[in-house]
Design a protein around this ligand. Structure first.
Ligand SMILES: C[C@H](N)C(=O)N[C@H](CCC(=O)O)C(=O)O
Ligand SMILES: [Mg+2]
Length: 363
C-alpha cells in the first residue's frame, strides 16, 4: 500500500459554551482534517487543530506545511515502511508539530487498515475503555460552581478546573467548587502558565492547608521556565504535571532528567503525532512517571488517535480527552464512542473513522 494523494480540508464546530483558559477564549473548534489516500483507495484520517498560543501553529501554517513541504516528500512511500515515513516527516521541516501530527495520525490509520488491527492493539492493547475528565472554563466562582455541578450531574467524576488568571480569585473558585461538590469528586487544576513560581508555591500551599484535596496541578508556570517548574514541584506536596513545558520527546527527556515535574501531559499536537508520543510514554515509563493523555479543542479524529494510544499503554493513567464532549456537534462518523465520562475504543482497523460530515477540501 502506497501513499497516492493527500487531501486537506477543514471543519468548524461550535462549542456548547465558550472555552476559556488563562491563555485564550474560543467559541468554536477550527480543525484541519486531512485524508491520505492510498493506491488501494483506502483513506487514512488525521487532524490538526491549530492552537497558536500553545504550539505556534495557525490554520494557514498547517495547510502550507502539509501541502507544500511535507506532502510532496511522502507521495509514493510504502505505508509498511513506517520507519522511513516517520524519518521523512521528522526531517521535512523544523517545528510545525500540528501539521506533522495530522500526517502521522493518518499514516497510522492506514497502517492499521493494512494490517487489519485497531490502533489501540498496535500500541499495546492494555484496555479498550478510558475515563475522561471534563474541563470547566475559568469564569467567576459562581458560574464555575454551576458548571461543575452540571458536569457531576451528567456523570463526570473527575473535573479539570481552569485557573491562572488571578491568584485571589483562583482560591475563591477552587474553595467554592470543593464546598459545593463535597470530597467525592476528583479535582485537578490547570493554570495554563498563569502563575509565577513563588506565587504558585504560595497558592498551592494554601490549597493544601485548606484541605481542598487537589489531585494534581497542571502547568503552573511559563512553558519555558523548567527551573521554575522544578521549584514549584520541589516546594509543594501536590503533584505537579507538565503540559506546555512537556512539548516533544526532547523536552520531556530534559524535564525528567531535572525531576522538574511529577507527571506528564502528552498531547499529539505538541509531540508531533503518535510516533513521538510513544517515545514520550517510553521515557516516562522508564523512570516511573505517570502520564495523562490530553487534547486540544479538536474533532473526534484526534481524540480517537489519542485515546488509542492511551488505551494501549499502562503508563498513561489519566485522560483529559473531553474535546468532543465540549463540542455542540460531532461531524466524525466512527472512531471512539462516548458514554457519559467513558470512552470506548472501536474494534475496527486503524482509527475506525468512516466519514467527516461537512468536510470542505482546501486546494
Ligand atoms: C480541551 C482540554 N481539556 C484542554 O483543556 N486542553 C488545554 C488546551 C486546549 C486549548 O487551548 O485548545 C490544556 O490542557 O491546556
Ligand atoms: Mg493544560
Amino acid at each position: 500500500m502506497k501513499i497516492r494523494e493527500i487531501k486537506i480540508g477543514k471543519v468548524s464546530i461550535p462549542l456548547k459554551k465558550p472555552f476559556k483558559t488563562a491563555l485564550r477564549q474560543v467559541n468554536s473548534a477550527e480543525d484541519i482534517i486531512i485524508k491520505i489516500i492510498s493506491d488501494t483507495d483506502e483513506i487514512g484520517y488525521g487532524n490538526a487543530p491549530p492552537t497558536a498560543v500553545i504550539t505556534g501553529d495557525s490554520q494557514d501554517s498547517v495547510i502550507a506545511a502539509i501541502r507544500d513541504t511535507i506532502g510532496p516528500k511522502l507521495i509514493g512511500m510504502e505505508i509498511d515502511n513506517m520507519e522511513a515515513i516517520m524519518a521523512t516527516l521528522d526531517t521535512a521541516m523544523l517545528h510545525n508539530h500540528s501539521a506533522k501530527a495530522a500526517v502521522d495520525m493518518a499514516v497510522y490509520d492506514l497502517f492499521g487498515k493494512l494490517h487489519n488491527i485497531p490502533l489501540y492493539k498496535l500500541f499495546g492493547g492494555y484496555c479498550n475503555k478510558l475515563t475522561t475528565d471534563l474541563t470547566i472554563s475559568v469564569n467567576a466562582p459562581d458560574e464555575m460552581v454551576r458548571d461543575s455541578l452540571e458536569a457531576v450531574q451528567a456523570g463526570f467524576t473527575d473535573l479539570k478546573l481552569k485557573v491562572g488568571t488571578d491568584v485571589a480569585m483562583d482560591i475563591e473558585r477552587v474553595k467554592a467548587i470543593r464546598q459545593a461538590l463535597g470530597q467525592d469528586v476528583k479535582l485537578r487544576l490547570d493554570a495554563n502558565q498563569g502563575w509565577k513560581p513563588k506565587e504558585a508555591v504560595r497558592i498551592i500551599r494554601r490549597f493544601e492547608d485548606m484541605g481542598l484535596n487537589i489531585e494534581l496541578i497542571e502547568q503552573p508556570v511559563r512553558a519555558h521556565d523548567f527551573a521554575g517548574l522544578k521549584y514549584v514541584t520541589d516546594h509543594v506536596d501536590t503533584d505537579i504535571m507538565a503540559d506546555e513545558s512537556a512539548f516533544g520527546p526532547y523536552e520531556v527527556f530534559q524535564l525528567l532528567a531535572m525531576r522538574a515535574c511529577d507527571l506528564i501531559n502528552i498531547k499529539l499536537m505538541k509531540a508531533g503525532g503518535l510516533h513521538n508520543a510513544v517515545k514520550i510514554a517510553n521515557l516516562a515509563e522508564t523512570v516511573g512517571v505517570q502520564c495523562m493523555m490530553g487534547c486540544m479543542l479538536e474533532s473526534k479524529v484526534g481524540i480517537t488517535a489519542a485515546a488509542s494510544l492511551a488505551a494501549g499503554r499502562q503508563i498513561i493513567t489519566r485522560s483529559d480527552l473531553d474535546a468532543a464532549v465540549l463540542l455542540a456537534a460531532d461531524p466524525v462518523a466512527g472512531g471512539v464512542n462516548f458514554a457519559k465520562n467513558e470512552l470506548w475504543i472501536a474494534e475496527a482497523p486503524g482509527l475506525g473513522i468512516t466519514d467527516i460530515e461537512g468536510w470542505q477540501e482546501i486546494k
